[in-house]
Write a protein that binds this ligand. Sequence first.
Ligand code: SF4
Ligand code: SF4
Ligand SMILES: [Zn+2]
Length: 276
Amino acid sequence: MEIAFSRLDERVARFTISGVSTSFANMLRRAMVSEVPTLAIEDVRIYDNTSVLFDEMLAHRLGLIPLRTDLDQYRPRSECTCEGEGCPACTAIYTLSVEGPATVYSSDLIPQDPDAAPAEAEIPIIELDTDQKIVLEAHAVVSTGKEHAKWQAVTACGYKNYPIITVDEKCDGCGMCIDECPRDVLEAGQGKVRVNRGRQEFCSLCRLCERACLAGGIGTEPAIHIDADENRFIFVVESDGSMPIREIIERALQYIQKRSDDLVDVMNEITGEGTE
Ligand code: SF4
Ligand code: SF4
Ligand SMILES: [Zn+2]
């Protein structure tokens, strides 16, 4: 298996994995979406709410705000020594107090722990008119996207097969496929069409080029052929800001490794291997 990154910054990663099956690619995607824990607001104590939103809707909006998450500091309540009571090791606490007229933003959520602040400061929560007011305390806990999308660490997370583009000797360089391609993948070169340098992975496998070639009257088979590599995948993953994208990928891979190790242990127990 090989991994090559074409982009890796704080929020976005674009990488190609080669030598794996579709099942493995999907397992990695699912692990990143639903098995990487983050903080999200779960309990809200509302002391005053004279806004136009019901308490429940307000709490729902607060729950969807991405929070910066240090998993070395916070653990799920179910694994905490406080046994679900809530303590600094499993719960981040925020206060919010705003009087209208004003727009309430995520930056109005004041965290007790600055390292667990909202990932974005300018997420609008609600517009308050004159004489409207919100005063509340919110508690965030750690869980995973498997329980609810508010604990999902990624906003976008998908993959596609790596495109294979071949042009055969029938190509006369008419350029119709170049004009039709919506991704600027093709270019003219030496009387034929060829792949634009560095653009191959942007091919969406739409096959409009094949259709354009056929429409030019070349016969029953186009001169350009689009195929998908069954063992090579291009991933694009975006973090919601709760943690760096690199950490999300690493934690997803650690999850897969742990589940595999657990399975091996169970198999050894069943077959009696590894025991005296
Ligand atoms: S399949 Fe679509 S995106 Fe890919 S080269 Fe052909 S027209 Fe362009
Ligand atoms: S449309 Fe067909 S013949 Fe024309 S340049 Fe493209 S591949 Fe070649
Ligand atoms: Zn605790």
